[in-house]
Design a protein. Structure first.
Length: 169
């Protein structure tokens, strides 16, 4: 009888531990798809002619990622006509929404110097994929690695190209 209870206890604890790992993997997968969805949202807002009253010279919407803020990324309104995200100087871009990642997930790495933005500009439609502030360097592709905080080997890589195609690996 004691042996039966011991076996049940061991199996229960293994199921509990395995279930937690599954929850974290699901959080990572969900977060990767939310990032892709938010990039698409920026394009839809721009190409759908969603006007913004947040700044005087509004030209489009974008999403900005920075490895220095591993728990969040932002959707911004481009207020200065530059292709990349600018949060300083005259007519800084305005944050429309800040997206927080699941508490179990973080940004592990960001390609091209640790920060990049993708911006969408109507009516052409035009997409700008930029490294650093104010798009001093245009990119053909950019990537972002999300990872589980407690298991940094468990990752998803989100890649976007200059045409706006988003892949999740």
């Amino acid at each position: 009888m004691v042996a039966v209870f011991a076996i049940i206890g061991i199996l229960s604890s293994l199921a509990f531990i395995g279930g937690r790992a599954g929850d974290r993997s699901l959080a990572l997968e969900r977060s990767a798809h939310q990032v892709a969805q938010h990039i698409r949202k920026a394009g839809e807002l721009a190409f759908g002619a969603e006007l913004s009253a947040i700044c005087g010279t509004f030209s489009g919407y974008g999403v900005y990622f920075d490895a220095n803020t591993p728990d969040r990324y932002i959707l911004y309104g481009n207020c200065n006509g530059s292709d990349g995200y600018r949060n300083n100087g005259p007519n800084p871009d305005q944050i429309v929404e800040t997206f927080l990642l699941d508490p179990a997930v973080e940004i592990g790495s960001v390609s091209d110097g640790g920060a990049w933005s993708v911006a969408f500009f109507p009516p052409e439609p035009r997409i700008a994929l930029c490294a650093s502030d104010a798009c001093s360097t245009s990119l053909a592709t950019a990537s972002l690695t999300l990872r589980v905080k407690s298991d940094t080997s468990n990752t998803r890589v989100i890649t976007i190209n200059e045409k706006g195609t988003i892949d999740i690996d």
